[in-house]
Design a protein. Sequence first.
Length: 205
Amino acid sequence: MLFVGVILLEGALRPGYEPLHRFGSELSLGERGWVQIANFIVSGLLVLGFALGLRRVMGDGRGSAAAPVLAAIFGMCLIVGGVFVTDPKPGYPAGSAGTAEPTVHGLIHDGNPVPFYLSLIALMCVMARRFAAEPGGRPWMWFCVATAVGVPVTFAIAAGLYDAESQTGMYHGLWQRINLAISMGWFGVVAMWFLRRRTRGAQDA
């Protein structure tokens, strides 16, 4: 949840930035843009660490090969989001009229959500299948299924509230934050599940 926490804090403190009506990526712009850029990169590195840990704790069985790879792709997408910064939008940074012709880094950033969300949703589905085979894993399976549905739904709402032609919208920032809280929160819950299982296994031994 570090990623979401930084976005919420920066969005509240950044002069001229309207959190409810702007995407989190726009925080990468302006004098304090380095904070959000670092947020992308550090969060991506943490997810890569999660992928390595996932490979170790999953052992063999369902999803043991696919899940770490999908988590690593997601982590790399976060890093790409920081390296390739979004283009300015109308009104932010202050005085900006937006970008008439998108830059190369802006196009890469705007295309990045495709592998970002596809890898995430696929990872959730793989983990749902894995939990279904675990003793007592049914509630966690349904948690993954519900999250895999909630992520694209909230993303679609955010995207629908944003007009790409005028580069403006209303409340798409709010829905993106809801989407990111669901997405990034999922990692924390899954990591906690594996940590608790490993702790119980050490105690039983």
